[in-house]
Design a protein around this ligand. Sequence first.
Ligand SMILES: Cc1ncc(COP(=O)(O)O)c(C=O)c1O
Length: 402
Amino acid sequence: MAQDPTPPLTPERAAALEAIPFEAAPSPAYVVHMGRLEDNCRLLQAISEQSGARILLALKGFACHSTFPRIRPFLAGTTSSGLHEGLLAHEYFGKEVHVYSAAYKPHELVQLNRFAHSLVFNSYKQLNRGIEILGDNRKAELGLRVNPEYSEVETELYDPCSPSSRLGTTREALDKALRELGDAALHQLDGLHFHALCEQDSDALEHTAEAFETKFGDLIPGRKWLNFGGGHHITRPGYDIERLIRVVRHFREKYQVEVNLEPGEAVALHTGVLIVTVLDIVEAGGKQIAITDSSATCHMPDVLEMPYRPAILGADLPGVHPHTYRIGGMSCLAGDVVGDYSFPEPLKTGQRLVFLDMSHYTMVKNTTFNGVPLPAICQFDPAQGLQVIRKFAYSDYSMRLS
Ligand SMILES: Cc1ncc(COP(=O)(O)O)c(C=O)c1O
């Protein structure tokens, strides 16, 4: 299992998160630090101003809508993966609503068209069908997601650019579809979209954008916008912002187009924690294992999918401190293990543990497998203190099952 791949918090970021009153929160609970969230969005706004890029929050990564009034002023809008995220964007965020989906049902397109600024299609065939379905009622701009067939993403599960990926059309597939369906839809196309990054710096963007330009550059003139997707780790300390600005400006100036960026993780990076409680400590195979009221598979699924080992406040790699424990979850999944950690003092039942960097891809992905209760959602603001936004109950579990 990979060890702590996410960059360590800077001392300022760590100090901000440590100010959260962990003992006062329910357990388990996600707590979003509003000041940290605003700091990230302020940086994104500055980059938007310097580069001219429109920056959109990708709701798939972070959709905690109670926070939207605080971050809305800094961003141009949101990007959604389909009807439900689109509706949430329209209802709670406002501003520009952009949508890309691997496929749309006709009624979804009709509903999205009422408020979406752009609808991005996954293939030329779907673009044609979308134009037909929306007919003269079309209000949204139209985009096509392309596959530049270049990516530096190492984890296969997160690589949308392999030649046989279903996400986005390759140049070969597009040319074939153009021969079969004609080029009329191309004349109605407002923008091109690619998404090929995952937690990457702007050098990976630069290389991917070059591959995109080589493969699809002849299709850019005449478009209104390009969308460079997400995966830009912009708010990570040390990210090369100047290079990002250069890449965006290159396309804006050469082709006279708008450029959209749609980060999810970068909006919420290092902005929140997951507070859990140790319920029991068991021993097996010579290891001390702490079972918590949380779960990797239910509450932090990326830990198992990526996989990675999230940092715990005050803990370190096994063996660094005198007391090493495996931290496990409540579910029946044998692999429901977050990782091995060492602590300066022995763990006790009833003690709280604080997982760092738990705002993005957690609340949006969690499940109630085994009926494990969902963590509460809280906000912390140094001026307003801790606010419990939502607690979940048995009914949240049962209502989804019949
Ligand atoms: C099309 C698209 N846009 C944006 C994003 C957001 O990516 P990230 O949260 O890594 O910035 C994703 C993530 O999978 C995506 O698939």
